[in-house]
Design a protein around this ligand. Structure first.
Ligand SMILES: [Zn+2]
Length: 336
């Protein structure tokens, strides 16, 4: 009997030793290349600043019912076109659009959500803060995501501190940019946890996830580049971008002339909708071949968390644009 017991102890030690070696060995992640995770981002912007000064380029969503209904009509149609292709929209609403929805079109947010799209709070360069916009979305019937949409680079550290007080309402940051999308803007097409000392660097203990938007042009050429430049063991991302103000109503309507266009114009909403439909048709072939995957920003952050242990973060400098967003798009045939 005694002999048996002494044999059992060394036998038990073998699996324990094996397990410890496995845990202690530095883990080399298996190399893999993610598809290009593609999202369609839409932003609305407030038409008035904190001093009550009007911002000429933006629609009066919460003061002009006809205009709000034109905007939601075009955005519903765009959301349906996207849905038909499987494309997911992250609709970043500002406070004026959310208030307009609540006043004049209270099913807009839920309609988009039922198509598989997401509603994000968006408040860069605004005196109405992210948390208030989140509340406005809820009052207007929507369910806001945990995405903070459209931060600017000069406010990111301050905003991370601000989001700390509302944690976990905002866990993911999208589209850190320069005001006005000038050249020199960050165009990283990957995902990391921004360090509080240098947000461009990964901190494995960081509280927030940053999703880069990639080169950012509404262009198949640029998407193809992004596909070819995908990096191993990173979450590769790309977003295209639009705004309801780019979808003008007919001259025959009674809408404020500023927001109308001739039906022959590229700005006319039906022409724009057709452009997006054709664009997604071209893009669908890349989805079929597995190079592109249509996802929401929430899905990207879930994929990131799931694969975090397999990812490699370099301390390379982040890439920056050599063109402003508007001129880049124009060169690529998407006139604004
Ligand atoms: Zn914006």
């Amino acid at each position: 009997m005694k002999k048996k017991k002494t044999l059992l102890i060394p036998l038990l030690l073998i699996p324990i030793l094996l397990l410890t070696t496995l845990i202690l060995l530095p883990e080399e992640p298996e190399p893999f290349t993610s598809p290009l995770y593609f999202t369609f981002v839409i932003h609305t912007e407030e038409d008035i600043n904190k001093y009550g000064v009007e911002k000429e380029n933006n629609m009066d969503y919460d003061g002009d019912e006809e205009l709000l209904l034109h905007a939601t009509m075009t955005m519903r149609e765009l959301a349906e076109i996207a849905q038909n292709h499987g494309v997911k929209i992250n609709f970043g609403t500002d406070w004026t659009f959310a208030n307009g929805v609540e006043l004049y079109d209270p099913t807009f947010f839920t309609d988009l959500e039922s198509m598989g799209h997401e509603i994000d709070a968006h408040a860069h360069e605004s005196h109405i803060l992210y948390s208030e916009v989140r509340e406005d979305i809820i009052s207007a019937g929507g369910t806001p995501t945990q995405i903070a949409s459209g931060l600017t680079e000069d406010e990111i550290y301050e905003k991370m501190e601000y989001f700390d007080t509302y944690y976990p309402d905002f866990t993911t940051l999208w589209g850190v940019s320069l005001a006005g999308h000038e050249l020199g803007e960050v165009i990283a097409g990957n995902v990391w946890r921004p360090s509080r000392e240098d947000w461009t660097q990964h901190d494995k203990n960081g509280d927030y996830i940053y999703i880069g938007h990639g080169e950012y042009a509404n262009s198949i050429n640029y998407i193809e580049n992004a596909i070819n430049n995908r990096k191993e063991n990173q979450i590769n991302t790309y977003a295209v971008f639009t705004n309801p103000r780019h979808f003008k109503a007919s001259k025959a309507s009674t809408i404020d002339d500023k927001w109308t266009a001739k039906e022959s114009s590229y700005e006319y909403y039906e022409t724009r909708l057709e452009w997006w439909d054709n664009f997604f048709t071209e893009l669908d072939t890349y989805v079929e071949s597995g190079k592109v995957e249509y996802v929401t920003l929430t899905e990207i952050s879930e994929i990131f968390i799931e694969q975090e242990n397999q990812l490699i973060f370099t301390d390379e400098e982040i890439p920056r644009s050599e063109e402003a967003l508007t001129s880049l798009n124009e060169q690529e045939g998407y006139k604004l």
